[in-house]
Design a protein. Structure first.
Ligand SMILES: [Zn+2]
Length: 279
């Protein structure tokens, strides 16, 4: 099973130093690659899940409507791309409700899938699952089962669909999948990792795994985007490496594999047989 997901945010939302008061002064680039991405999906008749910011729904309602109209699942990626691990249960609840209201009022449907910015549901903030469930979220894709810059949940050993049990809460979890490169486990199917690894390697690892899930952003395709010079050298490299080749890699992914959305994947999995993870 290959699950195709995108995080719908602007090119600057990943930057921890970019605060909301500056966002209106930046150039909007969200819609440059999206039409092409959606066209490829239509050609192949694949559906994907788009985890969208509530802020984007208010600022560019046509974009969210367009994605929904073409039959894709609209998921939630918080309201303003704040890190869950830096919020309290109260502030996360407030942010989530704002995002869900904005998204749901546009598409006229309940949003049931969620992904945290930068995979920031870590082992320290498992209360987030309770907040998600209270707001009607049934499916989560926030677990990155390895260490990473801002988030990651390395103690979550299952890199496959699983059921999270937290107090009385039950959530279907779609963690990022991993593959072995030179004996080391890596996530390879999204963001900087997708840009970094050669397509040959990605294809080989995907063929070996019975569960793959991507996480792509429009900025992963956009080689003309403004470069943020204040990033550390490492972060700069991770943020911009390989952008030029990403769209052709995406096209190869579309040609070489069959893809489903999170919503479709839920219906394909025998949930009685997956691992239950008690948090
Ligand atoms: Zn994001």
């Amino acid at each position: 099973m290959n699950i195709l997901t995108f995080d719908i945010e602007e090119w600057y939302h990943f930057d921890i130093f970019s605060t909301e008061d500056k966002w209106d002064s930046y150039e909007s680039r969200i819609d440059l690659y999206l039409p092409r991405v959606l066209d490829r999906l239509d050609e192949k008749d694949f559906k994907a899940t788009f985890f969208c910011l509530g802020w984007i729904a208010r600022k560019y309602p046509k974009i969210i409507k367009q994605i929904a109209k073409r039959g894709h699942e609209i998921g939630c990626h918080t309201d303003k791309h704040l890190f869950v691990k830096e919020m309290t249960p109260e502030s996360f609840n407030e942010d989530l409700q704002m995002a869900l209201n904005s998204l749901e009022s546009l598409i006229g449907e309940k949003v049931i899938s969620f992904r945290a910015p930068a995979f920031t549901i870590t082992a320290d903030v498992t209360w987030a699952f309770e907040v998600l469930a209270e707001n009607g979220i049934l499916n989560d894709s926030s677990i990155f089962p390895m260490t990473r810059s801002f988030g990651g949940f390395p103690s979550y050993v299952e890199a496959k669909p699983s059921i999270i049990l937290y107090n009385d809460v039950i959530i279907k979890e779609f963690p990022m999948n991993t593959g072995k490169i030179l004996g080391q486990n890596f996530v390879f199917s999204g963001g900087g990792y997708f840009r970094l690894f050669p397509y040959k390697t990605i294809k080989k690892l995907m063929n070996k795994s019975d569960y793959n899930i991507t996480y792509l952003h429009m900025r992963d395709f956009d080689f003309k985007q403004q470069r943020l010079r204040h990033l550390s050298m490492m972060r700069y490299f991770k943020s911009y490496y390989g952008i030029k080749g990403t769209f052709s890699k995406y096209e190869k992914l579309m040609n070489d594999f069959k893809w489903v959305s999170v919503e479709e994947a839920v219906g394909l999995i025998d949930w009685g047989k997956v691992r239950k993870v008690i948090l």
